[in-house]
Design a protein around this ligand. Structure first.
Ligand SMILES: Cc1ncc(COP(=O)(O)O)c(C=O)c1O
Length: 359
């Protein structure tokens, strides 16, 4: 069986380091917050260049906390990509805001700056841009658009910790940036986890308060916050993985190169904007005739996923938000995308050998 993501191979590769780190936490008696979490936050800051890093319970919590820190109010419109995982739109809606769905670029699948610009009106308060499948959208243009229209920008980098654009690390493009440590992510823990990044001292203070019941002094609650904290054991695991991340990113890029060389006319790999390096959170292709391609994958014993089978505006939970999205790139992509098995430890040569027999 070829695994879609081989997290077990990764565990075996650094097993001794994991065991030592896990045992240290288990023996320490400090299981939530504490020195290991603080050390991870410092290392994530060093890696990205972000001034403040605050870990939290998940990537979804990270977006929620970011929106709360930015002061979202009921009725505020927030522009989100129409083609991504649901979290950004869901978080806006849960806080009483209105997600406005921007289209994507047809080839890179990233939120389109042009589409964002068209959605801005007097109710718009901010933009959540997603670094989809591991690469960044056009931040030069998106940041300029946010600045000119007095909007805040949240960068959802759940899939792209370690990516760069023009040499600048992901997780530093937003007023607030967020990531997820869900186990399947390029930097994943062994449970839920997330982190929030900002350069702004005041926002950082608010974020820390919100994530810890509105409190920075025991049993004094300045605001009503929430409980969203990273477990020390997850932090210990992430510290081990962070040490290996750059090498894994090289392995991922080499795997992507092999796939890219193999696929051509009928199966088209995701394109990369110049200046971008990707984490390849997903290796995703466009198949003109997806039905046939899926049958071929099945007959070759190659697992796949569809990221994502529908644009978000078509999800039942957003049915009351009547917005016009006829013939968008997001709709077209959702009909054609297929993600293939991918991680640093994926045996891409074996997959290609199997595909050669059926394609
Ligand atoms: C783009 C994006 N944003 C947010 C999230 C949410 O992260 P989590 O699962 O850690 O809550 C995900 C998770 O898949 C994601 O892909």
């Amino acid at each position: 069986m070829i695994p879609f993501i081989n997290v077990r191979a990764q565990r075996e590769a650094y097993l001794k380091e994991f065991q030592q780190a896990e045992n240290e936490v288990l023996g320490s008696g400090c299981y939530i917050g504490g020195p290991v979490v603080q050390a991870l936050e410092a290392e994530l800051g060093q890696y990205t260049g972000a001034k403040h890093v605050i870990t939290c319970g998940s990537g979804t919590d990270a977006i929620t906390i970011a929106l709360l820190a930015l002061g979202i109010k009921p009725g505020d419109e927030v522009i989100v990509p129409d083609f991504t995982f649901i979290a950004p739109a869901e978080c806006v809606m849960r806080l009483g805001g209105i997600p406005k769905f921007a289209d994507i670029d047809a080839e890179t699948f990233q939120i389109s700056a042009e589409s964002i610009e068209k959605l801005i009106n007097e109710k718009t308060r901010g933009i959540i841009a997603v670094n989809l499948f591991g690469q960044c959208p056009d931040y030069k243009r998106i940041k300029e658009c946010a600045r000119q229209n007095n909007l805040w920008l949240v960068e959802d980098s759940a899939q792209a910790f370690g990516a760069t654009q023009d040499g600048i690390q992901a997780c530093t493009f937003g007023d607030i940036s967020t990531t997820s440590f869900y186990p399947a992510k390029p930097l994943g823990s062994y449970g839920d986890g997330g982190a929030i990044f900002t350069q702004d001292d005041d926002l950082a203070k608010k974020i820390r308060l919100i994530a810890n019941h509105g409190s920075d002094k025991r049993y004094v609650h300045e605001i009503c916050g929430m409980n969203s904290r990273l477990d020390a054991i997850q932090a210990a695991i992430l510290r081990v993985k962070l040490r290996h991340l750059d090498n894994e990113l090289k392995m991922r890029r080499e795997n992507a190169r092999k796939y890219n060389e193999f696929f051509s006319a009928k199966i088209v790999p995701q394109k990369f904007a110049s200046g971008n390096t990707s984490t390849y959170a997903q290796y995703t292709v466009l198949a003109e005739d997806r039905k046939t391609f899926l049958k071929q994958l099945e007959s070759a014993g190659v697992p796949y996923c569809i990221h994502y089978p529908a644009p978000l505006h078509k999800q039942p939970c957003f049915k009351d938000l009547v917005q016009d999205h006829a013939n968008t790139n997001a709709s077209e992509a959702s009909q054609k995308v297929v993600s293939l098995p991918f991680c640093a430890f994926t045996d891409v040569e074996e997959i290609i050998a199997r595909l050669k027999r059926v394609l």
